[in-house]
Design a binder for this molecule. Structure first.
Ligand SMILES: CSC[C@H]1O[C@H](OP(=O)(O)O)[C@H](O)[C@@H]1O
Length: 347
């Protein structure tokens, strides 16, 4: 994809340029972040979104924080701790955010007593590594997952787990793009993914940009397509996978997984090792982000429900491991999913 979701511009004193995904698919606009609050606003407003992309953006946010942390070692540590906590609090479900901040935290501890120029260079080097590692993991997930679609005609995906959600080609979409390269007849059904339409606005845009045939459907249409034997496989991304293989992903993923199981359709999850949270035993422990009522009841300022009505707007749900046919990681496909298989593959 020619347009990058995330780009560090310049040297150690540079800035973080983010593609503003709230403007897609009709406008290509960027936001230049020079401060941590600007990065936090972009994450909270989903200008940048997707578990790996959030992690990479937070890593660069730590570099931006260091620009202002020019004092002695103790004041540096204090300011960086405040930046870490503020970035960590921006969105609670995607574990990649916390993972990236932990990685940057190690560098902060290592360089706190060094001159400022050395601090900035070390932090930028690690943030760039996190970005390039994610790019490599996306390619590897494509390699491992693409063959799963060799005999598929139609694949369904939910939300957006593509280049817009990562630093590379995506997770689920990396599998689908490689699947389309190996199997040129592959067609994709993209759930629109209410309430923020990541599927219609972002996944369809990425597929069209990459000349992969796709059809946008409402989230309530997948069942009929499956009943009509129009779906051969499902591939989705993930925001957090717990030690037992339970998967947190965009709201609506669990519904798709139940439907796929009922109709005997393989349900794959694509996620890098940075999406696994071995500190949580099961998915019921995953913090689920609750978002504003307006996203459901008044999108783009159009009132769709009475103000007096309550609104339920969880951003994610949890699919139990037993509904997952396999998890595509950068180290291979874990199937059938279980805690031992995950640990053996990723540790
Ligand atoms: C490759 S992670 C993509 C993952 O993130 C999305 O959530 P959001 O758009 O709210 O950041 C969705 O759950 C995707 O599957």
């Amino acid at each position: 994809m020619a347009v990058r979701a995330i780009e560090w511009v310049g040297n150690e004193t540079g800035l973080l340029r983010l593609l503003d995904q709230t403007r897609l698919p009709t406008e290509i606009e960027f936001v230049d972040c020079r401060t941590v609050p600007q990065v936090i606003e972009a994450i909270k407003m989903l200008r940048v979104r997707g578990a790996p992309a959030i992690g990479v953006s937070a890593a660069y946010g730590i570099v931006l924080a260091a620009h202002a942390a020019t004092g002695d070692a103790e004041s540096f540590r204090q300011l960086m701790r405040e930046a870490d906590e503020a970035l960590f609090a921006s969105r609670p479900t995607a574990v990649n955010l916390g993972w990236a901040l932990k990685e940057m935290g190690q560098v902060i501890r290592d360089v706190a007593s060094r001159p400022q120029e050395e601090r900035l260079r070390a932090l930028l080097d690690r943030a760039r590594e996190i970005e390039s590692e994610d790019q490599e993991m996306c390619m590897a997930m494509g390699r491992h997952g693409g063959p799963l679609l060799d005999h598929a005609k139609n694949v369904l995906t939910h939300c957006n787990a593509g280049a817009l959600a990562t630093a590379g080609e995506g997770t689920a979409l990396a599998v689908i793009f490689e699947g389309a390269r190996r199997n040129p007849g592959l067609h994709v059904y993209a759930d629109e993914t209410r309430p923020l339409w990541q599927g219609a606005r972002l996944t369809a845009w990425e597929l069209v940009q990459n000349n992969v045939p796709c059809t946008v459907i409402c989230d309530n249409m997948a069942a009929s397509l499956m009943k009509g034997r129009r779906i051969d496989a499902v591939v989705v991304g993930a925001d957090r996978i717990t030690a037992n293989g339970d998967v947190a992903n965009k709201i609506g993923t669990y519904s798709v997984a139940v439907l796929a199981r009922y109709h005997g359709i393989p349900f794959y999850v694509a996620a890098p090792s940075s999406t696994f949270d071995f500190e949580l035993a099961s998915g019921d422990l995953i913090p689920i982000e609750q978002r504003a009522a307006g996203e459901v009841a008044e999108p783009y300022g159009v009132r769709l429900a009475p103000k007096e009505a309550g609104v339920f707007n969880p951003a994610f749900d949890v699919t139990p491991a037993e509904l997952v046919t396999g998890i595509v990681t950068e180290k291979g496909v874990i199937s059938p999913v279980n805690a031992d298989a995950i640990r053996a593959m990723l540790r």
